[in-house]
Ligand binder design. Sequence first.
Ligand SMILES: *Cc1c(COP(=O)(O)O)cnc(C)c1O
Length: 379
Amino acid sequence: MNTLPKYRFLDLAEVNAPYAAKLREAACRVIDSGRYIGGHEIEQFERKLSAIFRAPHCIGVSNGLDALRLSLMALIISGRLSEGDEVLVPANTFIASFLAISHCRLRPVPIDPEPDTMVISGRSIANAVTSRTKAIMTVHLYGRIAWDDEMAEIVRRHNLLVIEDAAQAIGAVSPTPGLFLSNRAAAIGHIGAISFYPTKNVGALGDAGAVVTHDAQLAEIVRQLANYGSAERNEYIHKGFNCRLDPIQAAMLSVKLDYLRSENAERFARATAYNNTISSPHVITPPISNSPTDCVWHQYVIRTPLRNQLRSFLLENGVETDIHYPIPPHRQPAFSELSSYHLPVTERLADQILSLPISPGCISVKDASDIARIINQFK
Ligand SMILES: *Cc1c(COP(=O)(O)O)cnc(C)c1O
């Protein structure tokens, strides 16, 4: 039985098919321009990002992990963080959040998320902040804003730095104001990272990412670090890296960014159809608010104690699913130093979560209702 399931979890060719003509045109533009590093495409792309995030400084970089690492390094170089400082981070995030902290010789301190929203809140960090806590990396996991009044209050009271891992949350808007002049995911805290990995809500045709900040000094350092640590030609201020964004990806992304709102609205419509139709007593659906922007539904994640059985049942019925993520970072061999942490919410979630198809390129709103009805047949 080698046929594809009727409902694919994700098919990137289908995701990009509606944009194919414009992508080809943009690719040709770059080919003919002779400008393959930096230049007009990058500048135009970064201006688009500034409008989306309502933040003055947006820097295209190589990928989301590098965006996180450059953000943390800029905080270190500017003297706001130092080696060994503790950074709170949700334990149920993708491993890249942890990797970035470790690579910068900072200490990740994993904390449990709220069991219902699966993101951290002020309540989750209230008891975790100690005198060693210098920063919090909040992760808008699955596209859901992880920022609230209580978190803002704790951050201000303890003078914490806020780094946002907004890799999954482009276009999400926080009901609670950010620390500066924007409430857009990635622009809420001191510095934020976006990923344009092909499977993200806005995906490049390869690797790409961005750093977002209101802080001119941090922005300047990130720009320099991404370009060998250079301020101007032949002058190197930092021991930097090569983490630049390719103009060809900037051109691809400039096409797709114009559809950010409508794509996210399509995701919200699918999430709403799932939530309105799933009635299985075995399944807990994710909370959904009336606002289509508190969560941009990068993933639609249900919980069930019968996860593996439901997953097999769905596959037998033509529905492909995925798990984000089956093993949390503190249970990975790479982070054996964190293995003594016990994070009951995260560990339970890892056994119970199941991601249903949500990509507008792969399933329609009706498909979502049909998949929900298949779930309701699960005994
Ligand atoms: C995808 C992702 C990253 C890393 O982005 P890349 O572009 O793949 O390097 C970081 N954090 C989270 C939460 C992600 O989902």
